[in-house]
Design a protein around this ligand. Structure first.
Ligand SMILES: Cc1ncc(COP(=O)(O)O)c(C=O)c1O
Length: 374
C-alpha cells in the first residue's frame, strides 16, 4: 500500500482509498498529517535558511532548545536526527561521566523487552534477542535485565556501571507499564551509586502519554533524556537533553552534520510550541481515557481480548490468540491503520489531535474486524 497524501488523522493511498491513521508514522505525527503550523514553519524556513551544519547556531535551533529546557527538568540540548542517535549520544555522554568521575566506568544497564533503536550499540541496548541475534557479536557495555525489577538493576550494578537507560513505558516491547514506584526506586539507586538515570522518551515524550514528558507522571527527573519522533510532528529530528552537571562534552567530542538543521528545528519548534500553547498533552490524556473506555467495552464483548493497557494515546490491545497480523490486515481493509505489536497484540498511537468522533469511527471498524476473528 502506497500512501500519497495525509491531513490530520487521515491518509489516502494511490488508489484514492481513505484511512484513519492510528499509527501516525510510529507515534511521530503528533499533530497529525501536514498540520498547518508545521507546514507554515517549513515553508517560511525553506525560503530563509535550510542548512548550515552544526558549526554555527541558528535561530530555529536556539528557539527549540529554549522551549525544551523551559518545559523540562533538563538544562542543555544536543540535536540529532533520530531516536537511535539520541540514545547513542545519551550513552556517550554517560560514558564521559564514567570516564571523568567513576574511574572509567562504561557499562549501561537496560531492560529486557526495551527498544532503543537500530544502530549496533542501540541493538545491544535493546533487550530483545530478535533484534540482537542477526547481528551478533554486538558492541560491549550493555547489560539487559528484567523490567520492573529494581533488584535486577542492583544485582547488575558494578564498579563498571555508568548509567541505567530505560523507557518510562516500554513502547515497541509491548506497551509494558512500569509499576508505580519502579522509576522512583531506580532513581534512588542511581543517586546512591552516583550513576546516571537516562530516560528514553523517544516514543513517550511530546505529550503522547498525557503530559509533555512521561517522567512527570512518575515522580522522577532523568539526568539525561532522549527525544525524537513526536517533537517534530513528522520531520526527522532527535535530541538528547542533560542536566547542567552532566553536560560533559567538550567541543568536538560529539557532533552531527544535520543535527540542529534549521529546517527541521523550525518545524519542530512550531509543533512543540503549538502543543504547549494548546495543552495538547491534556487533550491526549482526555481522549486517551475515552479511547480506553471504548476498548474496555470491546473487551467485554470479545472474550479473546485479554488486556487493554497504556497511557494517554499509547495503547495496546492484547489477545489470547495470535491474531495480530490478521487483525492489522482486517483493519487496513476497512480503512483503519493500526500497528501489529506482537503476534497476539496490536498498538494504537494516533495523532494527539484526534477527536472523540474519530475514536468512535476507529472503534466501529475495530469491532467489525474483531467480529471477523471471533
Ligand atoms: C523508545 C524508542 N527509542 C528509540 C527508538 C528509535 O528511534 P528511531 O527509529 O528514530 O531511530 C524508538 C523507535 O521506535 C523508540 O520507540
Amino acid at each position: 500500500m502506497t500512501l500519497v497524501r495525509g491531513k490530520g488523522a487521515e491518509a489516502w493511498d494511490d488508489q484514492g482509498r481513505e484511512y484513519l491513521d492510528f499509527v501516525s508514522g510510529w507515534a511521530t505525527n503528533s499533530l497529525g498529517h501536514c498540520h498547518p503550523v508545521v507546514v507554515k514553519a517549513l515553508e517560511e524556513q525553506a525560503r530563509t535558511l535550510i542548512h548550515t551544519s552544526s558549526q554555527f547556531y541558528t535561530v530555529p535551533q536556539l528557539e527549540l532548545a529554549q522551549l525544551l529546557v523551559e518545559h523540562s527538568c533538563l538544562d542543555r540540548v544536543f540535536f540529532c536526527n533520530s531516536g537511535a542517535e539520541a540514545n547513542e549520544g545519551a550513552v556517550k555522554l554517560a560514558r564521559r561521566h564514567g570516564k571523568l568521575r567513576l574511574d572509567g566506568a562504561y557499562e549501561v544497564i537496560t531492560a529486557l523487552n526495551s527498544f532503543h533503536g537500530r544502530t549496533l550499540a542501540m541493538t545491544a541496548a535493546t533487550g530483545q534477542s530478535k533484534f540482537q541475534e542477526p547481528y551478533a557479536p554486538l558492541p560491549v557495555g550493555f547489560i539487559n535485565v528484567e523490567y520492573n525489577n529494581v533488584e535486577a538493576i542492583k544485582r547488575a550494578t558494578s564498579e563498571k556501571t555508568c548509567a541505567v537507560l530505560l523507557e518510562p513505558i516500554q513502547a515497541e516491547g509491548g506497551v509494558n507499564m512500569p509499576e508505580d514506584d519502579y522509576l522512583r526506586k531506580v532513581q534512588s539507586w542511581c543517586r546512591e551509586k552516583g550513576i546516571l538515570l537516562i530516560l528514553d522518551e523517544v516514543q513517550t515524550g511530546a505529550g503522547r502519554t498525557g503530559t509533555l514528558f512521561a517522567y512527570e507522571q512518575y515522580g522522577v527527573e532523568p539526568d539525561i533524556m532522549a527525544l525524537a519522533k513526536g517533537i517534530g510532528s513528522g520531520v526527522p529530528i532527535g535530541a538528547f537533553l542533560a542536566k547542567e552537571e552532566f553536560s560533559l562534552f567538550s567541543p568536538g567530542e560529539h557532533g552531527s552534520t544535520y543535527g540542529g538543521n534549521p529546517l527541521v528545528c523550525a518545524a519542530a519548534h512550531a509543533a512543540l510550541k503549538y502543543m504547549i500553547d494548546h495543552n495538547i498533552p491534556a487533550q491526549a490524556k482526555r481522549i486517551g481515557n475515552y479511547f480506553m473506555t471504548q476498548l474496555e467495552s470491546l473487551k467485554q464483548q470479545f472474550d479473546f481480548i485479554t488486556d487493554v493497557r497504556g497511557r494517554g494515546l499509547l495503547i495496546a490491545l492484547e489477545f489470547n490468540q495470535e491474531i495480530g497480523d490478521k487483525l492489522q490486515l482486517a483493519c487496513l481493509n476497512r480503512g483503519l491503520l493500526v500497528n501489529r505489536l506482537k503476534p497476539n497484540a496490536v498498538r494504537f498511537m494516533p495523532p494527539l489531535i484526534i477527536t472523540e468522533k474519530e475514536v468512535d469511527r476507529a472503534v466501529a471498524i475495530l469491532r467489525d474486524a474483531l467480529k471477523e476473528k471471533a
